[in-house]
Each structure stands twice: as C-alpha cells, then as structure tokens.
Ligand binder design. Sequence first.
Ligand SMILES: Nc1ncnc2c1ncn2[C@@H]1O[C@H](COP(=O)(O)OP(=O)(O)OP(=O)(O)O)[C@@H](O)[C@H]1O
Length: 269
Amino acid sequence: MNSATEADQPGRTVLSLDGITMKIAGLVALDNVTFSIPAGQIVSLIGPNGAGKTTAFNVISGYMPPTAGSVHLFDADITGHSPHSIASRGLVRSFQRTSVFDDQTVFDNLLTAYHLQGRASLLQSLLRLTAFRKEEAELRTKVDGMLDFLDLRHRADERAGSLSYGEQRILGVGIALAASPKILLLDEPAAGLNPSETDAFKAMIRRIGDSGVTVLLVEHDMHMVMSISDHIVVLNQGRVIAEGDPQAIQTNPDVIEAYLGSGVKRAQA
Ligand SMILES: Nc1ncnc2c1ncn2[C@@H]1O[C@H](COP(=O)(O)OP(=O)(O)OP(=O)(O)O)[C@@H](O)[C@H]1O
C-alpha cells in the first residue's frame, strides 16, 4: 500500500512526546508524559477512565496545544501545530465517528478521499482536463487496491449507509489511509463492535502495520490490545505508570493495581 521510505525504517522514532503536561480548568490531565514510538510498531495507549488518553491524542494531533512539553514527528517539532498541518506531515487520526458519506457508495467514499489528496486543481477538475482524467484513472486504481486491502470489494457499489457498523468503521479507516499516513491514530477502534467485527478490525490493523504504517491506538478492549500490540504505554491519572510489551504489562504490579476489577484482569482470565 505505502512504499517504505527512509523515514519508515524500522527502529527510527516516528513520534515522541517529551514532558507533555496539559492543564485543563485547573486539573492536570497529563503530567510530564514522555514516550516515543518506533517506526513500524503497533502501540497501544491504555489506562482507566480519565487517565488522559484522549487528551494525549488531542495534543498529539494538534487539537489541544499542551501547557508544557514538546511533540516531535520524525525530526520536526509539531507542538501546537494545527491538525491540518500535522496531517499533511503524515500523522492522521481516524475518529470513532468518521467522515463516511452515507449516501455515497463505498467506492465513491474512497475516491472522494483520494481526490482530497490529489494534485489536480479545482479548475482542472471542473473542466475535466487531461491532467484530471489521468489522475482520475490513477485514483480509481488506488481505490481498487484499497478495497482489497480493507476486504470490502464485495461492498464496493453499495451505499456506505447500508454497511454494517463494523464495515463502516473499516471504511472510515480506509478514508484515513487514503491520506497516506506515516502514523495512524485510532481512537477506540473496537468500541461498539461485536466479536467477529472486532476480529476483522484486528486483522486490518495487522495489515496496516505490515504495510509499514506505524499505528497508535487508544483502546479499552484488553483482549484486542494484548493480541495486536508490539508495545503498550499505560497512563494513570495523567502519568505514564508503565511501558512494555503485552507480557510485561500484564504482569506489572502497578498496572494490575490501576486496573483491578477491569480490563487487564479480564484479559488475563
Ligand atoms: N475539555 C475538558 N474540560 C474539562 N476537563 C477535561 C476536558 N478534557 C479532559 N478533561 C479531564 O482530563 C482528564 C483526562 O481525560 P481524558 O478524556 O483524556 O481521559 P481518557 O483516558 O481518555 O478517559 P476515557 O477512557 O474515559 O475516555 C479527566 O479528568 C477529564 O475529566
């Protein structure tokens, strides 16, 4: 899907947070948060309700400028940059409620997403000049590839609004992938999905990782987190309390303490 570049080389740091503090209305939502994400990994950000996960996503993707600290995307300091500017540098966020157009077909939803990344100018598009037609053909080929990647080819000509909830979520990720991210942020991808939809989503996240795109997700479904993550960062009350691979996180006493009676315990059961 994406061709590997020097920036994607495994081991290179894609994203780093250094001493991020976020105060909201006198409350410290993030307290000196530092972690980094190497290229090609699937990383999960977990923690109990109110731990600061969404706030971290908002800071990383430019929706909230932090009170202190810095965020780097590759070598660039993106602290406080706009979401649009950050997305154009390769960090793309797929929201739980995505920008799927219900009345368009699945194919056209993806074509529109690719067009938004396309080079043909509005004037070229309106006049349907040669450059536009050439680009249109290229984009249609890309949509075909994406339909296979998402395992949605059999739905290509159906209205997006007629898809199951799980398929709509997968299409939403496809729309985010059309922006050719280097790193994709997924906000609670398993929320509201049934077990078979969750399995399909997990398989897709693995394919995204295998294609060289780094993935950072916030997720409460501990089975999903433990089965797909290369690395896990645990937040509690705005602080990083642990980092490591799934095995290390599941046996970490601080994490077990913070999760007693909730996710990690269930995942171990
Ligand atoms: N806009 C806001 N106004 C006031 N307080 C906020 C705001 N956003 C976040 N907070 C507070 O910051 C803290 C962290 O919230 P955040 O939503 O980041 O946690 P979370 O880990 O994503 O929780 P959840 O798993 O429930 O989504 C919480 O105490 C929350 O109440």
